[in-house]
Design a protein around this ligand. Structure first.
Ligand code: OAD
Length: 248
């Protein structure tokens, strides 16, 4: 992608921006080799839909299955590296007075690329919590049981991620709403804009007159609300955009 392909209006809006908020989804990690949520599952897991594994009901029904799926995904995450899109967002943070990175991803790749203060709306797959008390557990005894048990109360341990039907962490949601309500530019990158409440943030930003920029190879329900729709992979578009806006 060359500089000439970006609208001069977009370039000047970004140069003048005081507060940029960015919402990311699974698409931003696709080029690192992590399948997006709504892509077909691979291998062993191809017979399950993520929507049927990422729920409290699935964990109650079959805690071993859910634990093993997350253990597999955790293994994937530990084997991959951040991509050019993650690095471009870490660079963007250094160029603007205020920058808020809101992510639905649980893979920690933004942090590994150097982004700081990342607001994790759906938790983090590397953390584990007690399924009864909700407290994060750092150490437990491996007894061969799957899932392992909470050392305090004996309940099963689960990943510290948000499942369908669960509330988002309060602090993260408040921070996301505040950023959406005060930014002058809102980016929606690599998300299908289907899962609430994150899906509404772009529309809220648009209604209050912020410039909304979508980066996604396909159209989503947000596309018609976007001021600029940049169609393509985040790992290609974002580095080119940074170069066009802040060439030095
Ligand atoms: P989805 O899998 O729903 O959507 C991924 C989006 O990324 C799609 O719109 C793709 O077109 C786009 N995409 C694919 N490759 C891309 C690339 N290289 N660059 C940019 N975009 C690309 O994932 P999310 O929108 O993140 O929640 O899903 C939202 C939530 O639903 C997830 O956090 C998870 C899921 O179920 C929970 O587990 C609670």
């Amino acid at each position: 992608m060359s500089m000439a392909e970006f609208s001069p209006d977009l370039i000047s809006i970004l140069r003048a921006a005081q507060h940029i908020a960015v919402l990311t989804g699974a698409g931003v990690s696709a080029e690192s080799g992590i399948p997006t949520f709504r892509d077909a599952q691979v291998g062993l897991w191809a017979q399950y839909r993520p929507e049927d594994l990422a729920t409290p009901e699935a964990f109650l029904r079959n805690p071993k299955l859910v634990w093993d799926w997350y253990a597999w995904r955790r293994g994937r995450v530990s084997q991959v590296q951040p991509n050019a899109g993650h690095y471009a967002l870490a660079q963007m943070q250094q160029r603007v007075a205020q920058f808020s990175l809101l992510t639905q991803n649980v893979d920690g790749l933004h942090q590994r690329a150097g982004s700081v203060g990342v607001i994790e709306l759906h938790g983090n797959i590397t953390r584990v919590k007690c399924s009864r008390e909700g407290i994060v557990i750092d150490r437990w005894e491996e007894t061969g049981e799957t899932p392992p048990r909470c050392p305090h109360c004996g309940a099963g341990l689960r990943p510290d991620v948000v499942w369908f039907g669960e509330m988002l962490p309060r602090e993260a949601l408040l921070a996301a709403n505040a950023a959406t309500n005060t930014c002058d530019v809102f980016f929606s990158i690599g998300t299908s804009s289907l899962v609430e409440p994150a899906a509404s943030l772009g529309r809220v930003a648009s209604h209050r007159g912020a410039t909304v920029v979508e980066v996604n190879p396909t159209v989503t329900p947000l596309t018609t609300h976007a001021t600029f729709s940049l169609q393509g992979p985040a790992g290609v578009i974002l580095p080119a955009l940074i170069k066009a806006v802040w060439p030095s």
